[in-house]
Design a protein. Sequence first.
Length: 128
Amino acid sequence: MAAKHFVKLTANFERNLKEAETFLLDANAAQAFDVLLNELTDTVIPNLERFPGMGRLFFERPTRSVEASNGIDGLKRKLKAIAKDGEIREYVMSRYLLLYARFDSTIYLLSIRHHRQLSFDFQSQWGV
């Protein structure tokens, strides 16, 4: 049997969870946040502990713009500087996309977004 991996939450992941909670509260779906937490603790984290390579490799995703390509190149350089054998993967959940980094026997949950969450915060950008 393969060794069990350890899953750790990053500060950014915790911020994303708080944002998801706010998003769901604003959408009058507070119970959905409890469902998310249960899915993370009962399914996602145990899956990653046992099968850390189950997510799709993030860098295999096609880039469709110069900006995205430049961002990916920068991210690859940073990842290589941290660990030569590190990788970033995406775990597709029923309503969320989760990004995680894998370094040896440790998995770092990097980011989580609901598929309906905007990637930009227009209110803070333009005071709308």
